[in-house]
Design a protein around this ligand. Structure first.
Ligand code: GLA
Length: 374
């Protein structure tokens, strides 16, 4: 019978859906929507403002559903506090992480960006992608709930050359995988480094710190930083340091180890080197497990690095989605990306994008709900 699911279809078929609702108005008057992606027991909310992942609701081992990402309850929270600030859940562009001196050179031409963190430019500048309203379309197909976001950044925006057209697709499948796929094209040579800045607390946002979460990072090396958190250019072995997460280790175990690099960043705020990878090849980067709730997050990516940031700048001044205040270490970001400051570091993989080429990047956040079959 037409329209009827095929025999053997899982109960998730037909259950996957994306629905938009109004979520206020951006400072420039543009209406903002909030998309709700649902699939089985998992619900993800995405704002057209900044492409922000506002919430990710997943069951724990006992079936209790909780929001496991940090954020704000309303649009005003993001507009007023997210940049400068924690960049909760946001799409970061055009250039994730730091560019030393806010400067880079492409084809012999030097570009100066606005500085927004001491001497450097952080996360694409004061009016980065996290503060833009993206246009969206529903790309759900019954088995996967999805929304596609598009942003055309004009040449010269935040100092970057080239008109950059960026398309980001969030999909939520029946295996509790949230996939973020990025594509970008330009009409003039430029640099691009896109990421998503979600903070995880697998016990639930607002539940306290994540120092008891056990982290595994599939990396032999990390990038030491200078006093302004710019990589020195060297890749250092993790062996014998608090940066060795090759075997699962609680985040809090070595946070107070007195290591110079940890003092510089007030904790972990470094890139782990995932090794060479082709742009189509997904590889596991991180596994984050919370013994208290039984939840596990696995992160896989096509990117060469992951920035593990232990929420060092959260200082008790922001009230989160559920009405609780966030303090230092109350969430962790695992930002898959090219290395910080790549355009100024000849030894790092290139972040240049030229006309006729397409930037492609994929990251998968997998959060199995043990009760899915129940
Ligand atoms: C990234 C940076 C951190 C911090 C956060 C936002 O993770 O590496 O230093 O700026 O963004 O607070």
């Amino acid at each position: 019978m037409p329209g009827q699911p095929a025999a053997g279809a899982t109960h998730a078929r037909g259950n996957a859906a994306a629905v938009a609702e109004p979520f206020g108005t951006a400072p420039d008057g543009t209406p903002v929507d909030r998309w709700t992606l649902s699939n089985g027991p998992v619900t993800v909310r995405v704002l057209t403002y900044g492409g922000i992942v506002q919430s990710v609701e997943v069951p724990d081992a006992g079936g209790r559903v909780t929001n496991v990402v940090l954020g704000f309850a309303d649009l005003a929270g993001y507009v007023e506090h997210n940049n400068p600030g924690p960049y909760f859940g946001a799409l970061i562009g055009r250039f994730g992480n730091r560019l030393a001196g806010g400067r880079f050179t492409v084809d012999g031409r030097t570009h100066q960006l606005p500085l927004n963190e001491g001497p450097n430019t952080l996360h694409g500048g004061p009016e980065g992608f996290d503060r833009q309203v993206w246009t969206t379309t529903d790309v759900s197909d019954g088995e996967v709930a999805g929304v596609r976001l598009t942003l055309v950044s004009p040449a010269g925006h935040q100092g970057f050359p080239g008109t950059l057209t960026t398309v980001v697709t969030y999909t939520l499948d029946a295996a509790s995988r949230l996939t973020v796929h990025y594509e970008a094209t330009t009409d003039a040579p430029t640099v691009v480094n896109l990421t998503n800045h979600t903070y995880w607390n697998l016990s639930g946002e607002g539940s306290g710190n994540v120092h008891g979460h056990v982290l595994q990072l599939d990396a032999e090396g990390y990038l030491p930083i200078d006093g302004t958190l710019i990589p020195t250019g060297e890749s250092a072995p993790v062996e014998g340091t608090p940066f060795d997460f090759r075997t699962p280790t609680a985040i809090g175990d070595r946070l107070r180890a007195g290591h110079e690099q940890l003092v510089r960043a007030r904790g972990y705020d470094h890139t782990w080197v995932l090794g060479p990878t082709g742009e189509e090849e997904l590889r596991r980067a991180a596994v984050l497990h919370d013994p208290a709730s039984g939840r596990t997050l696995t992160v896989a990516t096509t990117e060469p690095g992951v920035q593990f940031y232990s929420g060092n700048f959260l200082d008790g001044t922001l009230v989160g989605t559920g009405g609780r205040v966030y303090r230092q270490g109350d969430g962790v970001a695992l930002e898959t990306q090219h290395f910080p400051d790549s355009p100024n570091q000849p030894g790092f993989p290139s972040t240049e994008l030229r006309p006729g080429r397409t930037y492609r990047s994929t990251t998968v956040f997998e959060l199995p709900g043990d009760v899915r079959a129940g």
